[in-house]
Unconditional design. Structure first.
Length: 66
């Protein structure tokens, strides 16, 4: 069973966009790996910007220009 874990930060995409991501990731993985789409699992992990860091700064600080 293929498993895709997409990690993104807020702002959270709309429900429609999340649905589109799941559908398109599923279609792509199924096509490229020749798998049954029903066996593809897509997990979208939405992380707050203050819980993600780059170079010793949180994403929120980077966005705020700190």
């Amino acid at each position: 069973m293929p498993y895709v874990n997409l990690k993104i930060s807020t702002p959270e995409p709309s429900e429609e966009r999340l649905r589109q991501v799941v559908e398109e990731f599923t279609d792509t993985i199924a096509r490229v790996l020749d798998k049954n789409p029903a066996d593809v699992m897509v997990y979208i992990d939405i992380t707050p910007p203050n819980a993600l860091g780059f170079g010793g700064k949180t994403l929120q600080d980077i966005r705020d220009g700190k």
